[in-house]
Ligand binder design. Structure first.
Ligand code: MN
Length: 443
């Protein structure tokens, strides 16, 4: 992500300067001067803060938004978008995607800065209304949680409500959406898919992308459950990072070959069920399909797939929701001990306070018995929209979701001066007095 203001200013200026050059080379925009004195622009824009006013006054700078990228410019000259054979759909992989992306970034230099770590968040739900009477409200709040997380960290997000392949429904629907998003967002290095029934429960946490520099797909899972037990729940395919690159373009095709849009769907159902040690139903599903590829084509794909279990990339809700109050208490104790964590601040500087909290947690032995916040809590099996949750009670699913949503929202609300003292009471909030810890139940 290209960060705003102080930190990124030199990058933005460099980018804008290059962008001007590119515009001059490729585009005869009538509003631009016929002769661009670049040295003048550079001289005015790479100087000390007191010259900021002068730089802003340069009339022919391309518009730049507050993240230092040019949203209003698309230089003339052909890119992959002008190729009539290019497709956004599964079944028609783009070739030479890495080169095409690179070329696009070269022509859009304001997006090139920071591109190597740019995350684009993607989630979706069905186009039709929910059967569960509270389903649409839950989906709205589940989406709000994702929007909050993205706003705090400066990530873009797309919420899809259409089926991009009419036969790829339910858990298969994400593959065509990821595929299309790769083409729609060449500026993004990582597509971060998160199911609608998953909640960001730690608003501070950002994924350790440097850990994945040699990998293209990151999923939550356990290698022994995958490779030894051949368990279909050895990983979770509902939350993952996938790199926007040719490997992923090809991998999505192979993954999708086991889907309901193919004539082999039934055959795959049988193969997957007989390969997995614990798969109870015979329909081919995306998660078993992914594990199957790890088991059978490990050499081809496995070395680029990172199985993450050092933090909760997709935490199973059943084992988490009962501990959320204790975790809140734990952070409240930490905030009581470390005054600077209680300091009021603008939401925009949340990442600074996230780092302070992380540091305090480590140095103070933050674990006073409650543990750390999980990054993502995933309500697998609860199905908020259909309301069907075989094996779980209404109370377990809906109270659990309520708690997790409010647990996450309390971290957002504190920057707006409020807190929900009771995680099961969504409508009641209290103002947060000056200097107090975010969780006020004990007062
Ligand atoms: Mn899910």
């Amino acid at each position: 992500m290209v960060k705003i203001k102080g930190r990124s200013k030199p990058i933005f200026i460099g980018g804008a300067g290059v962008a001007l050059l590119m515009l001059w080379t490729f585009s005869p925009f009538p509003s631009f001067p016929t002769r661009l004195d670049v040295s003048h622009v550079v001289a005015k824009t790479t100087v000390s803060p007191e010259n900021d006013g002068a730089a802003a006054a340069v009339p022919d700078c391309p518009p730049v938004d507050d993240q230092g990228v040019s949203l209003g410019q698309d230089p003339a000259g052909q890119t992959f978008y002008d190729d009539p054979t290019l497709s956004y759909t599964i079944g028609n992989p783009v070739k030479n995607w890495d080169e095409k992306r690179r070329e696009w970034l070269k022509r859009h230099p304001s997006f090139a800065a920071g591109a190597e770590n740019r995350v684009f968040v993607l989630t979706a739900s069905q186009p039709w209304p929910c059967k569960n009477p509270t389903g649409d409200n839950l989906l709205l709040r589940l989406f709000k949680n994702k929007v909050d997380y993205c706003r705090i960290h400066g990530y873009d997000i797309f919420y899809n409500n259409a089926l991009f392949h009419p036969e790829m429904k339910n858990y298969w629907a994400k593959i065509p959406v990821v595929r299309a998003t790769m083409v729609a967002h060449p500026e993004a290095e990582w597509i971060f898919w998160i199911d609608s029934d998953a909640i960001f429960a730690d608003m501070d946490f950002t994924p350790p992308l440097e850990r994945y520099k040699d990998h293209n797909l990151v999923v939550d899972g356990w290698p022994n459950l995958i490779y030894e037990k051949k368990s279909w729940v050895g990983l979770n395919a509902g939350v993952f990072f996938i790199r926007n690159c040719q490997w992923s373009m090809d991998f999505l095709e192979v993954w999708a070959e086991m889907g309901p849009q193919t004539p082999n769907y039934e055959k795959w159902g049988k193969i997957l069920t007989s390969t997995m040690s614990d798969k109870m139903y015979t329909l081919s599903d995306d998660q078993s399909a992914l594990i199957y590829l790890l088991l059978k084509e490990k050499e081809k794909w496995g070395n680029k797939i990172y199985i993450e279990n050092q933090y909760t990339l997709s935490g199973y809700w059943g084992g988490i929701v009962d501990s959320l109050e204790k975790i809140s208490d734990n952070y409240a104790r930490l905030e009581k001990r470390v005054t600077k964590l209680r300091r009021r601040h603008a939401e925009k500087v949340s990442e600074h306070f996230a780092a302070e909290t992380r540091e305090a947690f480590a140095s103070q032995g933050g674990d006073g018995g409650g543990g750390k916040r999980p990054f993502v809590v995933h309500f697998t099996g609860c199905q908020p929209c259909s309301g069907e949750h075989p094996g779980f009670t209404d109370e377990a699913c809906w109270n659990g979701m309520e708690k997790a949503l409010n647990f996450a929202d309390n971290q957002v609300l504190r920057n707006y001066g409020f807190v929900r003292p009771n995680l099961l009471n969504t409508s009641s909030v209290c103002p947060l007095p000056f200097g107090s810890a975010s969780y006020t139940k004990e007062k």
